[in-house]
Design a protein around this ligand. Structure first.
Ligand code: ADP
Length: 446
């Protein structure tokens, strides 16, 4: 096992990794920007090192500063969390070059699965169901029109290097496809440094279902079943749950097994999520693979009892997976609500600033993953997520009721949050029924 791990992240996920390290008897070193210097979780790490000013480019996204901190602290490994540098192959490579273990896949495996076009090709080989679409990146508008006519409109243009729900364009006819292709590529070049775009069939009514995988360095990989993340706003998830309502184990199992084949074939180790859209007929189409731990990993931890973050660290240290596939059982139901410092009544305007009151729920089945305490100041520089409420119960209805109960126990002042919206969702008839699609929330907010 490692002696010391550096955490190249901030907020709740930094705290999540500190906790995992503590339980494993590993020292943790946290890096922070000037904006986070008073963050309370830093005191829970064994050491905290300032890596620069508030803007992420000068701190959490700055590879040389993070590597310098790792050298100073003499760590054996780096956990990248999610976001920031977690999916940058050049960061994984920089760690490798400096003989620091990157807690995640090799740069090669990351590149193979992190690029959407490369990933689709690998998926096809592994027998993972993919969207009909262009076989690779596409530049020529005539060729794009040919593909679109074959698969049928609407189609979606996506950036191969895309992420965060940005840069996607839905086209309903030849004219919009022709006029959007070049613009999408220019935009992708500016946003992701790679102008490659591709097209695939656009599903009007779909649910977002993803499979959690974890693999070790000995060629073994297992799945931890699925999560349903269909409650989204602007392609950003707001609620995630597991297992997926309305989907039988018989239906999901072959999808999970295909996802495992893809991960094994890519010689991938660490945590990965294979994302799918599911249509009305419960047919699955792969979207992409996320080569890191996800925000919503706790719902899977709750239903399976597997500590994903600790397992990531153990496999990075070279241990064999501590579980066999047959040992992974689904127990009850779990829901996660992302609590963002945003005002739902004012178009989700960010709410940075001091939190003078922060009272959080407790009781049976309630887990709070948060770095916030009373007196914390929400910085304006980063993502607005301030907490994740994760609730576990015997079945979905009890889980929804318990989540509503927990949401009512919050007392947060003066910042506005997404808590009232979550409460409204827990009481919504369609949500309670299960099986809402990815446009449900946007229809509700109209
Ligand atoms: P990103 O990497 O930017 O998050 P994804 O490929 O994961 O992009 O897609 C994000 C979201 O965009 C999906 O959850 C879904 O809501 C929507 N989306 C993407 N591809 C399609 C598609 N082919 N049909 C319908 N919706 C899609």
């Amino acid at each position: 096992m490692f002696t010391r791990i550096l955490i190249a992240n901030r907020g709740e996920i930094a705290l999540r990794v500190i906790r995992a390290c503590r339980e494993l008897g590993v020292e943790s070193v946290c890096v922070y920007s000037e904006a986070d210097k008073d963050a309370p979780y830093l005191k829970l790490a064994d050491r905290a090192i300032c890596i620069g000013p508030a803007p992420a480019k000068e701190s959490y996204l700055n590879i040389s500063r993070i590597i310098a901190a790792a050298e100073i602290a003499d760590v054996d490994a780096i956990h990248p969390g999610y976001g920031f540098l977690s999916e940058r192959a050049e960061f994984a490579q920089a760690c490798l070059d400096c003989k620091i273990e990157f807690i995640g896949p090799t740069p090669a495996a990351m590149a193979r699965l992190g690029d959407k076009v490369a990933c689709k090709n690998a998926a096809k080989e592994a027998g993972v169901p993919i969207f009909p679409g262009s076989p690779g990146a596409i530049e020529d508008p005539d060729e794009a029109v040919k593909v679109a006519e074959k698969i049928g409109y609407p189609v979606i243009i996506k950036a191969s290097a895309g992420g965060g729900g940005r840069g996607m364009r839905v086209c309903h006819n030849e004219m919009t496809l022709r006029s959007n292709l070049q613009a999408a590529s220019t935009e992708a070049q500016a946003a992701f440094g790679n102008g490659a775009v591709f097209i695939e069939k656009y599903l009007e009514h779909a649910q977002h279902i993803e499979i959690q995988i974890i693999g070790d360095k000995h060629g073994e990989a297992i799945h931890l079943w699925e999560r349903n993340c269909s409650v989204q706003r602007r392609h950003q998830k707001l609620i995630e749950e597991a297992p997926s309502p309305g989907v039988s184990r018989e239906k999901i199992q072959p999808v999970c097994e295909a996802a495992v084949r893809l991960i094994k074939q890519a010689k991938y180790h660490g945590a990965a999520t294979v994302e799918f859209l599911m249509d009305n007929k419960q047919d699955f189409y792969m979207l992409e693979v996320n080569t890191r731990v996800q925000v919503e990993h706790p719902v899977t931890e709750e239903i399976t009892g597997v500590d994903i973050v600790k397992t990531m660290i153990r496999v990075a240290a070279g241990e064999k997976l501590p579980y066999k596939q047959s040992e992974i059982k689904v127990r009850g139901h779990a829901i996660e609500c992302r609590i963002n410092a945003e005002d739902p009544a004012r178009n989700f305007m960010p709410q940075p600033g001091p939190v003078t009151k922060w009272e959080t729920p407790g009781g049976p089945g309630v887990r709070m993953d948060t770095h916030v305490v009373t007196g914390y100041v929400v910085p304006k520089y980063y993502d607005s997520m301030v907490a994740k409420l994760i609730v576990h119960a015997d079945d979905r209805t009890q889980c929804i009721n318990r989540t509503a109960r927990a949401l009512r126990e919050y007392n947060v002042e003066p910042i506005k949050t997404t808590i009232p919206l979550h409460l409204r969702l827990m009481e919504n008839t369609d949500f309670r029924k299960g099986g809402v699609d990815i446009h449900f929330l946007e229809r509700l907010l109209k």
